[in-house]
Design a protein around this ligand. Structure first.
Ligand SMILES: CC[C@H](C)[C@H](NC(=O)[C@H](C)NC(=O)[C@@H](CCSC)NC[C@@H](N)Cc1ccccc1)C(=O)O
Length: 326
């Protein structure tokens, strides 16, 4: 049975975390994304004008799926599309011998501009993979029958390298016990229900956050507008229309944010929520908590995930998420 571990290296401000992946003879840095289900990469088929500075997948080592294509759009209106190959993909020593690899023939500007990232490795449910005419499986679903345990874990860190593991849980990476909650995979996401919250206190008892997804590919923590408003009232923040979000003083006074999941309270340190100075040297920061207005659910992105050890587990038949304090 296979199992393995791969580093998750933070970009500036922990905006995303990138992991080394070998596809055929190419070694690329991919953004592991539990909020989507396509493994795509810059390739020899991506126009040079769009791929300056990126490592590219050389599809010569792959077997083309003739007449297949993919096209994906993300919540931030970015996107990409192209052709499909099968090839050998290795992540932390775990090998998928015939993985669908989606070679980009077109990518949106924000992907071209982020030269550290050579593509995405989707870890949501394969039901939202975009390949046509026949949907393909994610790397995790492809290797799942060969894994020691049908699960993967995520240990993201503030401003430091974290890791993903496939096939095993590393109990040295968390404190205390793991709290499991059921996952509703009907929309293809790792969707769960979050409970009460508290700002600055330690017992998350007010209100209820509600439906949420665990999304390693989203930088921030998107919460219901009322919860976000309550946070910034205590944090001394304000909604800045020009910035398109809440901002707050960078000076270290931001209160912690706690949320109950499965009856256990998990706390995001205030320092994670003073996310990044508006411009270099500014004493005003863009907030790591923003409203989830219009999305339809909350998104527990990296600002939350780097405060916990997360277990994405399908070993019990129905999927579940495990959280433990880091
Ligand atoms: C607007 C498109 C909606 C959101 C929907 N797309 C999705 O839900 C896609 C799969 N997932 C996503 O757009 C989001 C999760 C749902 S948000 C509504 N996660 C993936 C995103 N963080 C990946 C990313 C990484 C780095 C840079 C940019 C984007 C669709 O295709 O209908």
């Amino acid at each position: 049975a296979q199992s393995g571990e791969v580093a998750a290296d933070p970009q500036q401000y922990d905006q995303a975390y990138l992991s080394p992946v070998t596809i055929g003879n190419s070694e690329l840095m991919l953004d592991f994304d539990t909020g989507s289900a396509d493994l795509w990469a810059f390739s020899n088929e991506t126009p040079a004008s769009q791929s300056q500075g990126h490592e590219r997948y050389d599809s010569a080592t792959g077997t083309e799926l003739d007449g297949y294509s993919w096209s994906i759009t993300y919540g931030d209106q970015s996107g990409a599309g192209g052709n499909v190959y099968t090839d050998k993909v290795v992540v932390g020593g775990v090998t998928a011998t015939r993985q669908a690899v989606e070679a980009a023939t077109s990518v949106s500007a924000s992907f071209s501009q982020n030269i550290d990232s050579d593509g995405l490795l989707g870890l949501a449910f394969s039901s939202i993979n975009t390949v046509q005419p026949r949907q393909q499986t994610t790397f995790f679903d492809t290797v799942r029958p060969t894994l020691a345990k049908a699960l993967f874990t995520c240990d993201l860190r503030q401003g430091d390298a974290g890791s993903y593991t496939f096939g095993y849980i590393d109990s040295s990476k968390y404190q205390g016990t793991v709290t499991y909650v059921p996952v509703d995979d009907s929309q293809g996401f790792w969707q769960f229900t979050a409970g009460g919250y508290s700002v600055g206190g330690d017992n998350a008892t007010s209100g209820s956050v509600g439906t949420a997804i665990a999304d390693t590919g989203t930088s921030l923590l998107y919460l219901p507008a009322a919860v976000t408003k309550a946070y910034y009232e205590q944090a001394g923040g304000r909604y800045d229309n020009q910035q398109g979000g809440y901002t707050l003083p960078c000076n270290g006074g931001a209160p912690d944010f706690s949320v109950a999941i499965g009856g256990k309270t998990f706390t995001v340190p205030g320092s994670y929520i003073a996310y990044a100075p508006l411009t270099t040297g500014s004493s005003t920061c863009f907030g790591g908590i923003q409203p989830d207005t219009g999305i339809g659910f909350s998104i527990f992105g990296d600002v939350f995930l780097k405060a916990v050890y997360a277990i994405f587990d399908v070993s019990q038949g129905s999927p579940r998420l495990g959280f433990a304090a880091q």
